[in-house]
Design a protein around this ligand. Sequence first.
Ligand code: ADP
Ligand code: MG
Length: 225
Amino acid sequence: LQEQILSTEKMNLASRLASSVAHEIRSPLTVVKGFLQLAKGNLEGKNKDYIENSLTELTRAEYVINDFLNYAKPQLEKMETISVTETLDQISQTVSSLASLHNVNVVIDANEKLWIRADQLKIKQALVNILKNAIEASTKGGTVLLKAYRESDNIHIQICDEGEGMTTGELTRLGTPFYSTKNNGTGLGLMVAFRIIQATGGHLEYKSEKGKGTNAVVMLPTVNG
Ligand code: ADP
Ligand code: MG
């Protein structure tokens, strides 16, 4: 018991620290990016390349904050009853600029009133990380479907894309820290998603076919009444 208490305290401290670091780094990053973007306008040739490389690296640092450090927010232990349809609306808003960048349509199919018990920020982070991957895997003009429904005592949230898909070998590597096939990938997004969903008492399953698309299914216990 003693050991468990100690390790829990350390976890809380670590996640509080990560949260502060995320916050403290994000603000100067935004300022530096802004100034570099301004400076870039007046430059040509090599100097312009230097600035562009700097902006690319700063964007990478932002990805790490968004995929990983964000997840360690201190309010994480706040479990509440939340609406699935509202959550899906909010996460599709969050990814709207990424979706338009990739020319991908995010469609929501969830008419029923569905409720889950979860930490709102945490579960949104998990779903956003899954959804961002679906958008990034999609071809231009493609659709990502967010579908939620009740299946006995569980709520299923499906994130379906018609994108590049994965082989069985690739599927087995999902959630492994730093596994990424992307140039600017952190390989942390799904590790975080798996952890959050597990902590919420749910499961995350992936089905995929290379060249056809991927279906991520988040299963969470529902709230009755
Ligand atoms: P990152 O997105 O930074 O690469 P993730 O942990 O979010 O890291 O995802 C790990 C890898 O899993 C991705 O690089 C990609 O190869 C694969 N992946 C995840 N989701 C999908 C998807 N919907 N379609 C195809 N590949 C995917
Ligand atoms: Mg990702």
